[in-house]
Design a protein around this ligand. Structure first.
Ligand code: AMP
Length: 121
């Protein structure tokens, strides 16, 4: 798959559509999910053009990976999730039903999140 420069998160990074920013550093941006599943639902994205975790973890530079991971930690802190706990989640491809093909980690919390995976199917 080739990175689509017109995906919605690329447009957010270019400032073409708005987002509610939570945190930003040189290589990552965190913003509120537009359709939150939980009381806290933030998306963390790298600023570079990466489709998914595989792409990012194999191709990104060390500083991009460091800044991205630090951004996730900052979001947990800013959102007050450290004491109560939270979950990070990244969807990759068809089985995970990835909708937006710019790598992103969901940071969800603010309530008991239940079991990790739906076992029913
Ligand atoms: P995924 O299924 O992991 O690709 O998740 C994509 C996420 O992006 C969903 O949780 C959407 O609610 C979220 N999303 C889509 N468009 C926007 C947007 N314009 N601003 C913020 N979040 C968005």
């Amino acid at each position: 798959m080739i990175y689509d420069i017109d995906n919605i998160f690329a447009k957010i990074l270019r400032g073409e559509i708005p987002c509610t920013k939570v945190f930003e550093n040189d290589h990552a941006l965190a913003f509120e999910d537009i359709n939150p599943m939980t009381p806290v639902h933030v998306l963390v994205i790298p600023k570079g053009e990466y489709i998914s975790m595989v792409d990012f973890s194999l191709a990104a530079s060390d500083i991009e990976i460091v800044d991205f991971n630090r951004a996730i930690g900052e979001v947990a802190k800013i959102k007050g999730l450290i004491q109560t706990g939270y979950r990070t989640l990244a969807n990759h491809g068809i089985h995970a039903r990835q909708d937006v093909f710019h790598y992103h980690v969901h940071v969800v919390g603010g309530r008991d999140l239940g079991g990790m995976i739906n076992k029913e199917r």
